[in-house]
Write a protein that binds this ligand. Sequence first.
Ligand code: PLP
Length: 459
Amino acid sequence: MGAGSAARVTIAGVSALESLVESFDVPAGYLDWARFGPLSPVVRAEMRADAELLGTGRPSSIDLVGARGGEARDLAAQLLHASSDEVVLQPSTTFGLMHAMFGLKGTVVVPAQDFPSVRVEAHRAAAARGRLTVREIDTPGGIMTTDAIVAALTDDVTAVALSVVDFRTGALADIAAIRDAIGGRLLIVDAMQAFGVVDIDWSAADVVAGNGYKWLRAGRGTGFARFSSHARERIAPVLSGISGMAGDATSLGAPVARDGAAAYSVAPSDPLAASRLAAALREVQEAGVAEIAQGVRERAQGVMQLADRYGIAVLTPRDAHAGIVTLVPEPHDAPALAAALANHGVTVTARGATIRVSTHVGGGADSLQLLGDALADAAALRVVAVEFTREELGAEATSGDAITIEVGDILEMPDEIVVLDDDLGLDAEPPSGEILIAVVDPAPEDGARDDVAGDTTES
Ligand SMILES: Cc1ncc(COP(=O)(O)O)c(C=O)c1O
């Protein structure tokens, strides 16, 4: 079931999604939303206004800004299709997950290659309390599947915890299918790379933890978590602090934890962070989650099409993703690709052998244009083995000779030149302006062709 609604239209006839798209004021080329979402203009304005109110010292102004926490909670609850008392603000995603893991007993199944928030908190809780066992599971490529989770289920498993969208591969987990497969066990999800940009039924999960500093464009400190009643029955609020206790500052001893998700809270939240989160969630709600999710998916598919056009492998599943597209260039092409991206002002995350491109609904067309230009440049510099005839070369080369040509020349070579193989497994330096290629005779007397690839290297 989707969280969105039918297309939203403003009075001016401009869809609310279009208004949201127009609000993106980052320079073209920003394709790094999975790392950090530059703050939206509305978020910046709200925060400035609330900061001014907090500067007045007037109790009414301070109370007004203090109410942002409740507003943010209500909005998050609406988007999660939960009740407000199931939602609690957090400094970050990891804090929300920490409350969940430290209160758990039994065995929790976690993906081995997921972002560390889930896994590390699970191990820390296991070590500190001795009541939890962590079972890490892995799959080829690190993409979690419902089958892999089912294979790890034993009677002692009390919970499964994973990211809804994987930070590395961009894979979107099917939490509805996982919910069905795990029965009454708890499903704990890290929504950091998904919330606001995927149209799923979040009520499939018992605990949802997220933060607004990436896809919501709300800045850091805007975390939130939802704990369903099923979760609250099974997760003890062991890290509950002064904002999670019943009573007030005059209470003596260790008061019991508050009812609802409020129990999973350590200290009062920052009202300016709540103000940013509330503003960002309002923008998402107005534009519609379904519409945003659709736009993000289309942009991501645009990235995949560019990758296909320029022969770069895509790690992200084509049929299950949100805004993250992970490219896996050939190792010998990666430096040229990284340089081309930088030259064209394209901001992405390069990690190990992968390049993570993450697209939002805004700034899309220009950014994809720049990305395409960068991929085209990198493709032109790609180290290839070519075969061509002695006549075409006009050289005095004989069969099997290797000659050096400028890479610039390769762009001007006649169309008849055949690219034999662009996957030579070269392990040397990146192309530096010239490459060596072997000359083959058009009709070798013995009928065999020279092994161009084997003779080819770069200077
Ligand atoms: C999947 C995932 N979870 C959690 C985090 C960290 O979130 P936070 O800083 O809100 O704890 C990140 C950060 O990149 C992430 O990608």
